[in-house]
Design a protein around this ligand. Structure first.
Ligand code: BTN
Length: 276
């Protein structure tokens, strides 16, 4: 673990916040860490609601072993620990839940052009403004499993280094307004708590409906999908009850995508619907 000052990271701030009857967040803010996800995963006895954010990550991780650009003070680098009850089979819906919470945070601060790309990328002007990495631990051990929801939000970058300069954007670039990472984090945790409560109460339909309303990718979108051993193209036909993406291929087959990299084949002509 890279903490620059030895074995444990320097904690700049700590507080506990009760957001709802269910959810108390225990938030530690670090100066620098390799990855907030890696660090939170190492805290094996931490309670549900433990959150770690950092000014900077030296080895921020994205999906498919990519790096996450984590320059100091430019973004929110946040990980949240959940301990859902053992036996729930709908853990994949948690990544859609997190994406909804971030999208609603952007909408609440006035950034209207937010779009969701399956499963949990947030785009603005068709560029990536937030990525989410959900990891699990302890699924095959006794006790409740641990789910680590890692969220990276581009807030105050004025520009990105190549190759991100053609694919990424930030709140500042899109709106002209900067925002402190702690302010965005606290607004986001309120939304997250609401949607996590919804998930805990088995609100599958609400989650699927809300995600679909926030995404221009959910239906009628011509996409290519890179799977582990093949690629396919087709038109999206919504989500199934597990949150997998349904894609109708040119052969007329309806494919169920549970993991893969989705990209658009044509530009978006219409903004996504915002109200569920
Ligand atoms: C992706 O889009 O590939 C997911 C990116 C997730 C980045 C966040 S930043 C906070 C947390 N810590 C990490 O190392 N990764 C996630």
């Amino acid at each position: 673990m890279d903490t620059r000052r030895g074995r444990w990271p320097v904690v700049l701030g700590y507080r506990s916040v009760r957001i709802s009857n269910f959810m108390v967040f225990h938030i530690s803010h670090l100066a620098i860490v390799d990855s907030t996800n890696t660090y939170l995963k190492s805290l094996v006895d931490a309670p549900e609601g433990t959150c770690v954010s950092a000014d900077e990550q030296t080895a921020g991780r994205g999906r498919q072993n990519r790096n996450w650009h984590s320059a100091p003070g430019e973004g929110l680098y946040l990980s949240i620990l959940l301990r859902p009850p053992r036996g729930r089979t709908d853990l994949p819906l948690l990544s859609l839940t997190a994406a909804i919470a971030v999208a609603e945070t952007f909408l609440a601060i006035g950034l209207e052009k937010i779009d969701l790309k399956w499963p949990n990328d947030l785009l603005c002007s068709e560029r990536k403004i937030c990525g989410i990495l959900v990891e699990t631990a302890g699924l095959n051990q006794g006790g409740s499993p641990r789910v680590i929801v890692g969220i990276g939000v581009n807030l105050n970058q004025r520009a990105f280094p190549p190759p991100l300069d053609t694919t990424a954007t930030s709140l500042l670039i899109e709106s002209g307004a900067a925002m402190g990472a702690a302010t965005f984090r606290d607004l986001l945790l309120e939304r997250f708590s609401e949607w996590y409560d919804c998930w805990r109460e088995e609100g599958r339909e609400q989650i699927l409906t809300r995600w679909t309303a926030l995404s221009s990718y959910a239906t009628g979108r011509e996409v290519s999908v890179k799977l582990e051993s093949e690629s396919l193209t087709g038109i999206t036909e919504g989500l199934n009850r597990d949150g997998a993406l349904l894609v109708r291929t040119v052969d007329g087959d309806l494919r169920t995508i549970i993991a893969g990299e989705v990209s658009r084949l044509r530009p978006v002509n219409c903004a996504p619907k915002k109200e569920a």
